[in-house]
Write a new protein. Structure first.
Length: 222
């Protein structure tokens, strides 16, 4: 993701990138896992740590806890001592609990606004009306982080008018964040889940797979 969000020709065989946007691969990760970490990992880190300033004992609600960003955000919040609640489909409950989530809500059968309360931080990785509905579960002064509606000024105004903090995230290259993620990985506090891999000649299949539902990440192998 060098220069992100600018195009960086990352399907090319060779890419030039600034050295300050690069970090060493965590020694305990495979190359496939390492490839899956930077974009989703930095999005999660910049949301939970840099944006929301998560601290021990806080209650964190992650919408889309089984997805690429969500499954990493759950683990990062837990590594910082938070109590983590995740929303996911029923089949992914075991997966999300395995990440360390203290509670998992099946969004298909449960209304999270009735099942959850007293939340300090909400991370919305889904969009639609999840963000605005989440305001009812936040504590006074709580923080709403969105990686979907960062430019939604109507949402921002609603959040701030009700006394909450609005944080809209668009991920940026950050070698300090990458090194922090690498440390969590090597300490055994962060696992990157690669759901499937595709050979480069099947790149079209990989892109089609992105339109389906799956836990974790997809990786292309050159």
């Amino acid at each position: 993701m060098p220069f992100f969000p600018r195009p960086a020709s990352t399907y090319a065989e060779l890419v030039v990138a600034p050295s300050r946007q690069i970090a060493r691969k965590p020694r305990t990760l495979s190359f496939e896992q390492a490839a899956a970490l930077p974009l989703a990992g930095l999005t999660a880190w910049q949301s939970v740590v840099d944006g929301a300033h998560v601290s021990p004992g806080q209650r964190v609600l992650v919408h889309g806890a089984g997805g690429g960003v969500g499954h990493l955000a759950v683990q990062i919040a837990k590594a910082f001592g938070a109590y983590v609640i995740g929303t996911a489909s029923g089949p992914r409950e075991e997966f999300v609990r395995g990440l360390g989530a203290d509670e998992v809500i099946d969004y298909r059968t449960q209304d999270f606004t009735r099942a959850v309360s007293g939340v300090d931080i909400v991370l919305d990785c889904i969009g639609a009306d999840n963000a605005s509905r989440s305001l009812s579960v936040l504590v006074p002064g709580g923080t709403l982080v969105t990686i979907v509606d960062r430019s939604n000024r109507t949402l921002q105004a609603e959040v701030e008018q009700r006394g909450f903090t609005f944080v809209g995230i668009s991920v940026e290259p950050d070698h300090v964040g990458l090194e922090s993620l690498g440390s969590l990985v090597d300490e055994g506090k962060l696992v990157v889940h690669v759901d499937r891999t595709y050979a480069f000649e099947h790149i079209a299949d990989a892109h089609r797979a992105l339109d389906t539902s799956f836990p974790g990440k997809i990786v292309l192998i050159p």
